[in-house]
Design a protein around this ligand. Structure first.
Ligand SMILES: [Zn+2]
Length: 354
């Protein structure tokens, strides 16, 4: 019996050694398999903003990213690493190339990062820079949390209008947002801009609360007709979170067509590593999502279906477009994969699920 156990031990050691050897080789093989050739971080949004089209001001996330890249060149490397991790995670989810079906079966492709299944719970801290002319009430805040929960759990009533072409692509992201705290600070500032001053007490704002474990939402008068902006994964922790204009938080009549809480849904999409659905460039510049059609510009208002650009029908009802709040009502499965990836092992927001 001992002899048999000993033999097993030898085999086990040999197996482990073999595994270790193969692990040493795997990263290079994996690197070769992940195509990063289309990755980009810099965009021309600043140039388009200079045009007479004021509607470009809706979301400033890409122009803020351009600024942060200029201030901190290493950000590009961090975002590249996050994107590579994301693509590795998504590639691992595909059944092809892994005949055994399991991540570790049959000596096929290397195992992808371990995913996080089930509901992801995000505690939220709302930081309000109060402007008496643009009040932000507890009711606005509560309705915003409810809208985020509807949108990230596929409970937006608008989904009943999704065209058959996109019906099978609608994702239930299964992310739950829970309001943890509201911080308020009176301010006479009526135009905060997009330089992150609202996120720093040293500049009159409110410091972030533990950004590795809380989604911070700053609410203030941004100015310039801007609805909001977000910081992508990879940026500085001190400024991590999203900023929403006072009139556009939750159900708010002052926000008009943008007064139904979807600015936050869009910005939290960026915070979870989603790009604009048209890819912030021409037809060939992608949003890194396979199941969203190519497009060359944002859509505005409430487009009719089909809206054709780049020889395909735009998914205008996607939260990552620029349409009116009531005209956006879906994330796609491919977008959901990207969001899940950052909570997977080694993901940039893994701390939220640990
Ligand atoms: Zn945006």
């Amino acid at each position: 019996m001992k002899k048999i156990i000993f033999s097993f031990a030898i085999v086990a050691i040999a197996f482990v050694a073999c595994q270790q050897n193969s692990d040493e080789v795997v990263p290079n093989q994996e690197a070769a398999q992940i195509d990063m050739s289309d990755f980009y971080v810099h965009t021309n949004v600043d140039a388009s903003k200079a045009s007479s089209d004021a509607k470009n001001d809706k979301c400033q996330s890409m122009s803020v990213l351009n600024r942060q890249l200029k201030e901190n060149p290493s950000l590009e490397n961090r975002m590249f690493a996050i994107e590579k991790h994301t693509r590795t995670f998504i590639a691992g989810k595909k059944p092809s190339g892994n005949p055994g079906g399991g991540n570790n079966g049959g000596g096929g492709d290397p195992p992808p990062p371990t995913g996080y299944t089930g509901t992801i719970t995000i505690p939220v801290v709302v930081n309000v820079l109060e402007d008496a002319n643009h009040p932000v009430t507890q009711a606005h805040i509560n309705s915003q949390i409810a809208i985020l929960n509807a949108d990230f759990n596929n409970n937006n009533p608008g989904t009943s209008a999704i065209p058959a072409e996109f019906a099978s692509l609608v994702a239930d992201a299964d992310v739950t947002f829970v309001l943890d705290a509201v911080n308020r600070k009176a301010s006479s500032k009526t135009s905060w801009g997009t330089n992150d001053a609202m996120k720093l007490s040293s500049q009159g704002g409110i410091d972030a609360t533990d950004p590795a474990n809380f989604l911070n939402i700053w609410v203030c008068e941004i100015g310039g007709g801007i609805l909001g902006y977000a910081q992508f994964p990879g940026g500085s922790l001190a400024t991590d979170g999203v900023v929403i204009g006072s009139d556009f938080l939750g159900e708010n009549t002052a926000g008009g067509q943008y007064g139904h809480g979807r600015t936050a849904t869009h910005e939290v999409g960026h915070w979870l590593n989603l790009r604009h659905i048209w890819g912030d460039g021409r037809c060939r510049q992608d949003d890194f999502v396979a199941d969203t059609p190519s497009s060359d510009a944002p859509n505005y208002g409430c487009p009719s279906y089909p809206t054709v650009n780049c020889k395909s029908n735009d998914m205008t009802m996607n939260y990552m477009d620029y349409v009116y709040d009531d005209c956006m009502y879906m994330f796609s499965n491919g977008q959901n994969d990207r969001m899940r990836a950052i909570f997977a092992s080694g993901g940039s927001r893994e701390s939220f699920v640990q």
